[in-house]
Design a protein around this ligand. Sequence first.
Ligand code: SF4
Length: 304
Amino acid sequence: MTAEPVIDRHDSPTTAGTPSTVRASLSPSRAADFKTCPLLYRFRSIDRLPERPTVEQARGTLVHAVLERLFDLPAAARTPQSAGDLVAPQWDRLVTEQPELATLFAADDPAGAAEFLRSAAALLQGYFAVEDPRRLEPAEREALISAVVDEELLIRGYLDRLDVAPDGALRVVDYKTGGAPREAFEARALFQLKFYALVLWRTRGVVPRVLRLLYLKDAEVCDYTPDAEELLRFERTVVALWQAIEQATARQDFRPRPSRLCDWCSHQALCPSFGGTPPPFPAAGAGDPLTDARSRPVAPGADE
Ligand code: SF4
């Protein structure tokens, strides 16, 4: 197994600088989709079926946006009050950028929208219960990181935050805002964090010391410490996963795998496990894997 470093900064999902051997890219969200349910992967990555945002996803997107902006402020100003003051302007910005978010609340339901903003502010209070942002200077926020593994697979994803200690130790931080039962999503969240850890290890030569999940609703912290052997195994898993995706694509065979996560799936009406019929397999297949428009969730926090 070999790996070459490639790192793209922030919101530029470019393939510039990518070795010519690279044939495909895979994000943690899409990899986790295939692991969870191959048919879900197909619906999202090949059929690219639209998914109407839910209030919960929108709240996650908003909270992520506020937490990113919070660190633009001088350290002393990163207070609960400042975070609360960012909620409404960030929501206005998101609605401007993603007009479909405006459809979540009826025009004649200002109380619904106001309650939504209040619930986002409440989640931010959960954040302040577990961290003091005045004591932190993140090295990266909402950063796109990527690495090539197995010479031909580009793995990439946006991490919420990366902290670098004075001794060079890395801590990957992921904010979780979902209200769904945590156990239903924890394996997926850890998979995502290991994905980032693998990219960082391959690009910086350092195994992150801590992978941290911050559960804002419960105001809880879940830390995980990976090691190089585990990441090597994980790399093999990711490559095997990609090979399985390629085989399924060649056979046009993506089977449903029902689980508790079906309750959060937007595509039950098309799923044979729920009496539906998938649309015909797209003639163009997955298209150009290097321009996978769905390699990022619709917005930070949107896939929780
Ligand atoms: S409803 Fe469940 S089994 Fe069907 S596509 Fe969605 S996640 Fe897969």
